[in-house]
Design a protein around this ligand. Structure first.
Ligand code: CS2
Length: 492
């Protein structure tokens, strides 16, 4: 028996570990996925695994646009990996078989373009993170000066970016008379379908105006709301899961019991019956998307910056501090909920209660540092859209502005004890330079950062109802630290 998880060792796994309930050899590939990170493998790949028994045409070709790590882990495993669902109650292990092929794009660009251009491919799904769309986060339009976009427009046949791959594949299909695939973004962007459509249309237009019109008229980009908390896999996870399987799995994924997927039902080329796995198909995703981005991700980012500064390693550690629980509850109830317009029947109260429990899940080691990444790409849809709605309606932004101030404090790159923070962000160098130039004074630092138009737009940067509370919080964070600032906010 092999000492690695793969087709050969599958039959010999210990009892109690769920395996694919369909014949993997009969599975064809109908989906190409870009961005084979942990989130995809704990979310869309699981919904697909659930329904492959009903229709085997929907197996996944999954590509990484950059790093070969996932390929190196999964290729010797025939694409198989373990999904670990963890909660206070324990851990359930399941082997997922929906990924039939893994491609590393920089090594095998043509293989990926061939798979995308193949008439059997009906859907291209994406989880490339916010920055993978090469857009301007404040306006949601293509950033035409982005180095990858400049490259891809010059070298159409060897793209690097997700928009570059998609448009080139669509161009090939069109030339061959093959109808376009549906583009299904599963990233946490605002109006994600509309945003990806805008980015792709502009990119295509720059290649050729006719192609631009074709993308605008013929390519369906349904919006989706995706939700599942999936922390990065640790070496302890690998070891624990390997011991339970009695074979090595080089890259299992670890997640929570909760999962949700809301999708607009616009798939001209057909789609898997994901509703049989619990996905919800609706006419308009926007209300769900706002609910999730503003309640979950807005709270997550606020907890991440403040929790990190307060010295907490994980979200669960942060939520063990009652002042932080009060902060997120207040943020959600008083500042976010009034901006949401949910369809009848949506139960926001229980959604929020469940969120607090999900954040507290002690079995997930979700590092505050991980969520703090890429803040420049996340702030607009997580906090700033809510801020705009509140200012329009004359509501308070006491807690929303604290989240923004904590981000400003975090991106200075120095923590409360004077140690370096490893700030990961496409704008990290620029942020650092602005912070260094501004020095330690809260007002100068805040002003320097408000000047980043791609994040704050022109409106917020010039609105004292926003800039004043953020600056005041930033001064408090400098003076008292995050823990005391949060504690005193709750006590006011
Ligand atoms: C998190 C999200 O890392 C982050 O920024 O806020 O990945 C979050 O865990 C998911 O959106 C949950 O659905």
């Amino acid at each position: 028996m092999s000492d690695r998880l793969n087709e050969d060792s599958l039959a010999d796994l210990p009892d109690g570990i769920r395996r694919p309930a369909y014949d993997r050899r009969a599975v064809k590939t109908g989906i190409v996925h870009l961005g084979i990170g942990a989130f995809h493998r704990a979310h869309q790949a699981v919904y697909t695994d659930d329904v492959l028994g009903l229709d085997p045409q929907w197996g996944i070709v999954a590509a990484s646009l950059r790093s070969p790590d996932t390929f190196d882990a999964l290729a010797p495993q025939d694409g198989l990996y373990t999904l670990s669902v963890r909660s206070r109650e324990g851990e359930a292990l399941r082997i997922i078989g929906s990924i039939r092929q893994v491609i590393v794009a920089p090594r095998a660009t043509d293989d990926l373009l061939d798979a995308m251009a193949d008439p059997r491919t009906k859907i291209v799904t994406l989880t490339v993170t916010e920055k993978g769309y090469c857009h301007d986060p404040a306006t949601g339009t293509l950033n035409e000066a982005h180095p990858d976009i400049v490259h891809d427009l010059a070298y159409l046949k060897t793209p690097r970016s997700a928009p570059g791959f998609i448009v080139e594949a669509l161009r090939r299909r069109r030339r061959a008379g093959v109808p376009p695939f549906t583009v299904l973004t599963c990233d946490n962007l605002p109006s994600n379908g509309r945003t990806v459509k805008r980015v792709l249309t502009r990119f295509a237009e720059l290649v050729d105006p006719d192609l631009g019109r074709f993308v605008a008229d013929e390519v369906s980009c349904p919006s989706t709301m995706v939700d599942r908390i999936v922390p990065a896999t640790s070496d302890q996870d690998r070891q624990r899961i390997g011991e339970a399987l009695h074979v090595e799995d080089a890259w299992p994924v670890v997640t929570e019991p909760f999962t949700q997927w809301v999708i607009e039902d616009r798939f001209p080329q057909g789609r898997p019956a994901w509703e049989n796995a619990g996905a919800e198909f609706v006419a308009d995703v926007e209300p769900y998307e706002h609910m999730k981005l503003r309640l979950l991700n807005g709270s997550h980012s606020t907890l991440a910056y403040l929790g990190y500064l307060a010295g907490y390693e994980t979200v669960a550690d942060t939520m063990a501090d009652p002042a932080f629980v009060r902060l997120v509850e207040g943020l959600m109830d008083e500042e976010v909920t009034p901006t949401l317009h949910m369809p009848p029947g949506a139960d926001l109260a229980s959604y929020k209660r469940a969120l607090v429990e999900r954040f507290k899940n002690p079995a997930l080691k979700h590092r505050t540092w991980q969520i703090a990444m890429d803040g420049s790409q996340k702030l607009p849809q997580r906090l700033l859209g809510t801020v705009r709605d509140r200012l329009r309606d004359g509501g308070s932004i006491a807690r929303l502005s604290l989240g923004v101030a904590a981000w400003m404090r975090y991106v200075t790159g120095v923590d409360e004890k004077g140690s370096a923070i490893d700030v990961r962000d496409p704008m990290a160098a620029r942020l650092r330079e602005l912070a260094d130039r501004a020095g330690g004074e809260a007002g100068s630092l805040a002003n320097a950062l408000f000047g980043i138009r791609e994040i704050f737009g022109d409106d917020l940067a010039n609105d004292p109802r926003f800039t004043q509370p953020v600056t005041a919080h930033l001064a408090r964070l400098h003076e008292k630290g995050a823990k005391r600032t949060v504690a005193e906010l709750g006590a006011e």
